[in-house]
Design a protein around this ligand. Structure first.
Ligand code: ARG
Ligand code: ZN
Length: 488
């Protein structure tokens, strides 16, 4: 799916590694060697005939190699087999994409694994590896605007990302009975090849086989009942709404599941590791209540089911995996369930096109915790704002880290969450409840399944309130000093 920002212009800037436009495309009949005896066609004609290499990154300056240029993925079809005993994953990824330029070659992101074979439109393609880039050279040029299908066969031992800064461990994390799979920001490449950046969303289907007795949980809903084939069980899941790669999951292990519907009729799927058996009923109920409540505040639920997964792997965090938030090694309280479910609107349906804008996800989800507290008759959003404001004195690092510019090395800084939420509260006080809650719904509606930037949010807030909000956002999102107390 195409992101809001045009990628065709960005892929025009080819990184150094890819400046050799003609390398490897001699088959097209235009020799890369300086064959001075043959008249060289004009450069423009040459480019049209042979195409250029897709960029090795999608253009997120803070994560220069994440994602790739030159194409837009429409659909991922993943066939996966996992053997927990051998810690071995066998994968067959079929990716349908649209060329955004004449492509002589393009990259996929994939970390580790032994790649056995790559085909493009059913014709074997040559490929190379460079770090986490899988470089694919199709036999023939892919024309701008043409759809193509790339298939990658791979296998090996999945290796999660172990990040030394505050990202922790993420990606495909083998556990004692299966795997815990949470990929924010760029860990999808640890289990399937793709365009691993949230600005390229796509639909997914998963066919996952695991040893009999284990459960495979992925996004969306199951297609039919699990099938047993010999000593394996095969689960088929489908996510029919566009999804960022970091929200995809294939969580595996022993699980007890509870399926039903929320009061308003949304399918609701909860699954817990047997260690959390006693929490299953409560989690399922609370998850349904909160999902329903958010539909009254943010507008219609964007996906076809809601859910929650608790594994006994101690990740130290939760992640808003699309339709199935994942809780790593703890039974979540209402606050965190409210947070992860708010992400289904803010982050998952309305996605950021660059990581710098992460407050649009985390500030909104944290503010939603305050809204839930208020709804439950506990602390009001005002009280929670006041206590956060008071708790952080002038010297607190929250004030020197502007949440409107999330940093690659410290993406999940408290400022992005708490000061992001405070920004929304400051906005609410300034524009009034009516406009503020209208704004949340309009934002979720206008950008449903799309990609956004902070600039667009500010523009919408100014339009809907008819106020000049530069000072407010300047101070709260971009300033490096503690803002003055809100006037009421
Ligand atoms: N987005 C998650 C949340 O706010 C946090 C993810 C943390 N990810 C990580 N790799 N540490 O719930
Ligand atoms: Zn969050």
């Amino acid at each position: 799916m195409t992101a809001h920002r045009s990628r065709t212009t960005r892929s025009g800037r080819l990184p150094a590694l890819f400046t050799g436009v003609l390398v490897g495309v001699s088959a097209v009949g235009c020799s890369p060697s300086p064959a001075d005896t043959v008249p060289t066609p004009p450069a423009s004609a040459r480019l049209a005939d042979v195409g250029t290499a897709g960029a090795e990154g999608i253009g997120d300056t803070d994560f220069p190699k994440d994602g790739n240029g030159g194409y837009d993925v429409k659909h991922y079809s993943l066939r996966l087999d996992y053997d927990p005993e051998r810690v071995h994953l066998t994968g067959e990824a079929t990716i349908r994409a649209l060329a955004l330029q004449n492509l002589s070659r393009f990259n996929l992101d994939l970390s580790g694994f032994d790649v056995r074979k790559v085909t493009v439109d059913n014709v074997e393609a040559s490929f190379d590896r460079a770090g986490t880039e899988l470089i694919v050279t199709p036999k023939s040029l892919l024309k701008n605007s043409a759809e193509f299908t790339v298939k990658v066969d791979y296998k090996g031992r999945p290796q999660p990302v172990r990040n030394s800064s505050n990202l922790g461990t993420y990606g495909f994390i083998p556990t004692k009975d299966g795997a815990f799979v949470t990929c924010q920001p760029n860990g999808a490449k640890t289990w399937f090849p793709g365009n691993d950046h949230p600005s390229d969303k796509a639909t997914f289907d998963f066919t996952i086989s695991v040893p009999r007795g284990l459960t495979a949980l992925a996004n969306g809903e199951m297609e039919g009942a699990p099938r047993t084939e010999g000593n394996k069980t095969v689960f088929t899941w489908r996510e029919r709404h566009p999804m960022a790669t970091y929200l995809a999951t294939m969580t595996l292990g022993k699980f007890e599941t509870l399926t039903g519907k929320t009061k308003s009729g949304i399918p609701n799927i909860a699954a817990v590791d047997p260690a959390y058996r006693d929490d299953l009923q409560r989690l399922h109920r609370v998850n349904g209540q909160i999902t329903d409540y958010w539909t009254t505040v943010f507008g219609p639920y964007p996906f076809s089911s809601t859910g929650a997964v608790v594994d006994d792997f101690d990740a130290g965090y939760a992640l808003e995996n699309q339709t199935k938030p994942m809780y790593g090694g703890f039974s979540p309280d209402e606050g965190i369930v409210a947070h992860e479910l708010a992400h289904q609107w803010f982050g998952n349906s309305v996605s950021i096109a660059r990581w710098k804008d992460l407050w649009l996800n985390e500030g909104f989800a944290t503010y939603s915790e305050w809204l839930w507290s208020e709804h439950r008759g506990k602390g009001t959003a005002q009280e929670l704002f006041d206590s956060a404001y008071k708790a952080q004195d002038e010297k607190s690092p929250i004030w020197s880290y502007p949440p409107g510019k999330a940093r690659a090395k410290d993406l999940f800084n408290t400022s992005v969450y708490v000061r992001g939420a405070m920004t929304l509260h400051a906005l609410r006080k300034k524009v009034g409840d009516r406009t503020f809650f209208d704004l949340l719904k309009t934002w979720a509606h206008d950008h449903r399944y799309g990609s956004v930037s902070t600039e667009q949010f500010i523009e919408l807030a100014e339009r809907m309130s008819s106020l000049q909000l530069d000072d407010l956002f300047g101070e709260w999102l971009y300033g490096t000093r503690k803002p003055k107390p809100l006037t009421r």
